[in-house]
Design a protein around this ligand. Structure first.
Ligand SMILES: NC(=O)c1ccc[n+]([C@@H]2O[C@H](COP(=O)([O-])OP(=O)(O)OC[C@H]3O[C@@H](n4cnc5c(N)ncnc54)[C@H](OP(=O)(O)O)[C@@H]3O)[C@@H](O)[C@H]2O)c1
Length: 315
């Protein structure tokens, strides 16, 4: 099969398209022919070596955690899926060494679900990581309730564009923060209010929120707690080791909580995401599609920013 092989930590130059053997599956595994994979900042953070502490001495041989494709083979203990099923999902690339930037990937039952019937492969591949991050942040971590006021920082990015749509589907009152050029896009996702960070600082407003979801990591808890309701929760995607250790302890003594989201593959949560897509409450926001040979350009674009929604690799 063709795959993008990562030979060492470093710049995009460590990525090369090569012919390698397809994965061999075990009894509890599923082989998926990948039709599309999405680009996430996680991919180039791992590639650069920024996450060595979690990914080890050498990077995963094949990067990529999001995929959509067709079941090509099943292990003998797999009963929920059959060859030919159109599927999508997320695998934990920090643990697995063979990711989704390839023509085939092997996954476990927790990493997969049937693809929403109304999504293209590219749209479906753009959703798992960002929508599970948002869903798990709101539902599992912040335990937000219908009618809650939710602030989403970075509402035009991959996570933010999923978060705005999911927040609306779950019945929250949503305010998004983005730059001037993305205001119309954020409005089209259904945000109730938009704050253009180029023109206004959210911390200077007198509005308070039940949940702040910081997908950028620049709305520090020490400052943004002033715009949290008394029992509000701040959740960030910017995960650091000290915050992982100290925030649970500090939360015992404060009513406004500081929480981190670390997205996990979860097929039940993915069922909820699939339902939202089929109910037309959520759509993969693909802004550009690249082919495998263009992976360097795609990762550089993700690193440099300046686009909305998601970048996808067509395999
Ligand atoms: N912990 C986890 O489990 C987890 C899961 C997913 C993602 N993440 C992390 O979350 C971050 C976001 O991921 P992503 O996929 O959404 O990235 P992305 O698609 O690159 O989006 C980032 C967004 O940040 C916005 N932004 C930049 N500067 C800003 C500012 N000063 N104020 C407000 N918004 C600003 C940009 O919008 P403008 O162009 O409008 O400025 C951009 O749309 C990454 O660091 C990623 O590694 C963590």
């Amino acid at each position: 099969m063709k795959a993008i092989i990562t030979k060492a930590y470093g710049s995009v130059d460590v990525l090369s398209v090569e012919n390698v053997d397809s994965p061999t599956i075990q009894e509890d595994e599923i082989l998926v022919q990948v039709k599309a994979a999405s680009i996430n900042p996680l991919d180039w953070r791992i590639r650069s070596g920024e996450m060595k502490i979690m990914t080890g001495k050498t990077p995963p041989r094949i990067l990529g955690s999001d995929y959509a494709g067709v079941v090509s083979k099943i292990g003998k203990n797999i009963h929920k899926y059959k060859v030919g099923d159109e599927v999508f999902g997320l695998l934990d690339i920090v643990k697995v060494k063979e990711g989704t930037y390839a023509e085939y990937v092997k996954v476990k039952e927790n990493d997969i679900n049937i693809k929403p019937s109304n999504s293209s492969f590219e749209e479906a591949a753009s959703l798992p990581l960002v929508s599970l991050t948002s869903y798990q942040a709101f539902v599992n971590i912040a335990k937000a309730k219908k009618g809650n006021k939710v602030l989403i920082n970075g509402c035009s990015g991959g996570v933010g564009s999923a978060a705005v749509q999911i927040a609306k589907a779950l019945g929250y009152k949503t305010t998004g923060i983005c730059s001037t050029k993305n205001v119309d896009f954020a409005k089209s996702l259904g945000a109730d209010h938009i704050i253009d960070y180029k023109k206004e600082n959210v911390l200077n407003r007198h509005e308070k929120y039940d949940v702040i979801f910081d997908t950028v990591g620049n709305l520090k808890f020490s400052l943004s707690k002033n715009i949290l309701e008394s029992k509000g929760t701040y959740v960030t995607t910017a995960v650091t080791v000290p915050a992982m250790i100290f925030s649970p302890l500090a939360n015992i003594f404060r009513s406004k909580k500081y929480k981190l989201v670390v997205v996990k593959p979860n097929t039940e949560d993915l069922t909820r995401i699939k339902q939202m897509v089929e109910d037309e409450e959520l759509k993969g926001q693909v802004s550009k599609i690249f082919n495998l040979q263009e992976v360097k350009e795609a990762q550089l674009m993700s690193q440099n920013g300046g686009f909305y929604g998601k970048l996808v690799l067509k395999v």
